[in-house]
Design a protein around this ligand. Structure first.
Ligand code: MN
Length: 227
């Protein structure tokens, strides 16, 4: 017996300064991990963050120095940007202690948790899942992985204008706390990516816009929304 299709390609992310690719297992995302963003989303900024997922093949890998092109997704009038620090897991585990969490990290990258906000908003109102708002094709543009931990500022410019700016220290759950928390719910595996949440300033993008995310120590991630 033979299959009538070929297996799809393994989703993968570039590695900085190398031709190696990091194979992606799962994509976890943290919701409302910066108080100011939680408030702009209608929360108080004091609730605990939470998790959702995107499919692994939602990644849109962008190599160093190039501009990724993201197709404008169907069925939305409100595609929004969320700049985020992404953590790549190199060693799996469950019930990981906060003080052991950093040893499970393989690297760090800049990512965009692109969101069909209108579909997400409708789902929230009806108590339905977020898959269509968050987990669509090409919804996770990501730059190359770096081995060292970043500190300092995270920002996003759209067409050269600053729209999101914060410091990584403003995260409600630190990277180590996020890994510890997530590992109580799922057994983490090598290849998992964790989008660690976005600061305030999320807004709509339009066709042709140039997004440039920066995190101190990780360079920049450039993505153009296709015409
Ligand atoms: Mn997000």
């Amino acid at each position: 017996m033979t299959f009538v299709f070929l297996p799809s390609a393994q989703a993968a992310v570039p590695v900085a300064g190398s031709t190696e690719l990091f194979p992606v297992h799962r994509i976890y995302c943290v919701g409302r991990n910066y108080a100011e963003h939680a408030i702009e989303m209608g929360g108080t900024g004091r609730e605990a963050p939470f998790f959702f997922m995107k499919p692994a093949d939602a990644v849109l890998p962008v190599t160093d120095g190039s501009i990724g092109v993201m197709p404008y997704p169907p069925m939305t009038q409100d595609l929004q940007h969320e700049i985020e620090l992404v953590v790549a897991i190199g060693r799996g585990g469950k019930d990981i202690a906060v003080e052991d969490a950093v040893a499970h990290i393989w690297g760090y990258a800049i990512g965009l948790d692109m969101t069909r906000r209108d579909l997400q908003g409708a789902a929230k109102k009806l108590g339905r899942p977020w898959c269509t708002g968050k987990g669509f094709d090409y919804s996770a543009p990501i730059g190359p992985l770096h081995r060292h931990a970043p500190t300092g500022t995270i920002s996003l410019h759209v067409n050269g204008m600053p729209v999101q700016t914060s410091v990584l220290g403003n995260m409600i759950w630190s990277v180590a706390e996020t890994i510890a928390e997530l590992s109580t719910l799922f057994e983490l595996q090598a290849g998992d990516l964790i989008f660690t949440g976005t600061p305030a300033g999320v807004a709509a993008v339009k066709r042709g816009d140039l997004l440039e995310g920066r995190i101190e120590g990780l360079g920049s991630l450039q993505v153009r929304i296709d015409q």
